[in-house]
Design a protein around this ligand. Structure first.
Ligand code: NDP
Ligand code: MG
Length: 381
């Protein structure tokens, strides 16, 4: 039996993690759950999974907490994440909030000696060197949940200590894989939210369409696997069956395959190194018939180029890319800007905020704020 806290339990990753807890009640016990605004769903989850702590980062009046949930301690406001990450005594903390809020949560969980299961990309994208150092100090290597990084991590289980010489990071290519640049620039909200293979939260679905998701994943891989950006190659693989691969000195390539279902990577982190049933359908290669691969196209998807540029620039460049993209995607989802404006706003922020440092968490948060302000200013013009 292992005890688990879930930060962001009402989201796409959080609810799937709870499905796995429901499937294996003898294996997992929930200690803490947090949501941002979705109090209704959080209450239902508390009623079912009976955690000792629950948090809402957007506070509501205490009177609105249902009377039958008196067994659970509710924490309201920004402290909710800290309480769930560090105060609740869980073996594992699944960080599945969306956004830079994940960075402080990962640091808090590591300081408290918890095993972090990391879905939130932004923590590594913005504070990669700080997070990796904290994990080393705590002696608790991060367990990746993002499907590509879980795949790479799984491939490395068979490496016998040999360091990979490269990473093949697969990408579905998203809904605009075959579109020309002009059509992509005019894409609508509905078109961007229609992902061919994965069902995910809105922000990451838009990022899959622009391939900013892959840019963030290159940054994640750089830190998780200590791999220079030029050795991380994006391979567009529309079937999303090969979840990524590692290359070795002798020319061998080890890949991980499976149906595109996040319950696999989520549960692998929860039960590592053990494998138990997830309820996901089995992979049938005969039905699939063929798997195809093509190179990523930085001309139509500039995010692929920006990832390497930001990593090489160092400092807070990745944080600026992430913060500017988050604001731009939010504006796109509000239907205030065109799809093509997302990249333009990110490039403008990167040019304007060149050379910001990222030596401390405060530096990172300051760069994130500066990027958001820059985008908001551009939007108001
Ligand atoms: P969702 O938007 O579905 O869920 C986000 C969760 O975080 C919800 O519980 C939400 O609460 C909460 N939340 C939102 N904003 C804040 C905030 N400012 N502070 C604290 N909590 C907040 O996202 P996903 O589950 O899709 O993604 C979560 C993370 O995992 C992201 O970093 C994403 O990139 C990463 N990821 C997701 C994958 C997927 O398949 N979905 C795959 C790989 C990585 P509420 O519901 O109340 O708004
Ligand atoms: Mg992914």
């Amino acid at each position: 039996m292992s005890t688990l806290s879930i930060l962001g339990s009402t989201g796409s990753i959080g609810t799937q993690a709870l499905e796995l807890v429901r499937l294996h009640p003898d294996r997992f016990q929930v200690k803490a759950l947090t949501a941002h605004r979705n109090a209704e769903l959080l209450f239902r989850q508390v009623r079912e999974f009976r955690p000792e702590l629950a948090g809402l980062t957007v506070p509501i009046p205490r009177n609105d907490i249902p009377a039958d949930l008196g067994f659970c301690r509710f924490v309201m406001g920004p402290e909710a994440l800290h309480a769930a990450a560090a105060e609740a005594e869980a073996d594992q903390v699944l960080v599945s909030v969306v956004g830079i809020a994940g960075l402080q949560s990962v640091m808090d969980a590591l300081s408290a000696g918890r095993q972090v299961l990391l879905a939130n990309k932004e923590a590594l994208v913005t504070g990669g060197h700080l997070v990796m150092e904290a994990a080393r100090r705590a002696g608790k290597p991060l367990l990746p949940v993002d499907s590509e990084h879980s795949a790479i991590f799984q491939c490395l289980q068979g490496a016998g200590g040999n360091r990979p010489t490269g990473i093949l990071l697969t990408a579905s290519g998203g809904p605009f894989r075959t579109w020309d640049a002009a059509r992509i620039a005019r894409a609508t909200r509905k078109e961007a939210l229609h992902h061919p293979n994965w069902s995910m939260g809105a922000k990451i679905t838009v990022d899959s369409a622009s391939m900013f998701n892959k840019a963030l994943e290159i940054m994640e891989a750089r830190w998780l696997f200590d791999m220079p950006p030029e050795k991380i190659r994006v391979v567009v693989h529309p079937q999303s069956i090969v979840h990524s691969a590692v290359e070795f000195e002798d020319g061998a390539v080890i890949a991980q395959l499976g149906v595109p279902d996040m319950r696999l990577p989520i549960q692998y982190a929860m039960t590592y190194p053990e494998r138990i049933s997830t309820g996901a359908p089995a992979l049938d290669l005969f039905t699939l018939g063929q798997l195809t691969f093509e190179p990523g196209d930085p001309a139509r998807f500039p995010a692929l180029r920006l990832a390497g540029e930001c990593l090489r620039a160092g400092g807070a460049a990745c944080t600026v890319l992430n913060g500017a993209n988050e604001e731009a995607v939010a504006a796109f989802l509000r239907e205030e800007i065109a799809f093509g404006d997302i990249t333009r706003l990110v490039e403008d922020a990167l040019e304007h905020l060149d050379g910001l440092p990222a030596n401390t968490l405060e530096d990172v948060f300051a760069a994130d704020r500066a990027a958001r302000i820059r985008v908001k200013e551009a939007l108001s013009r």
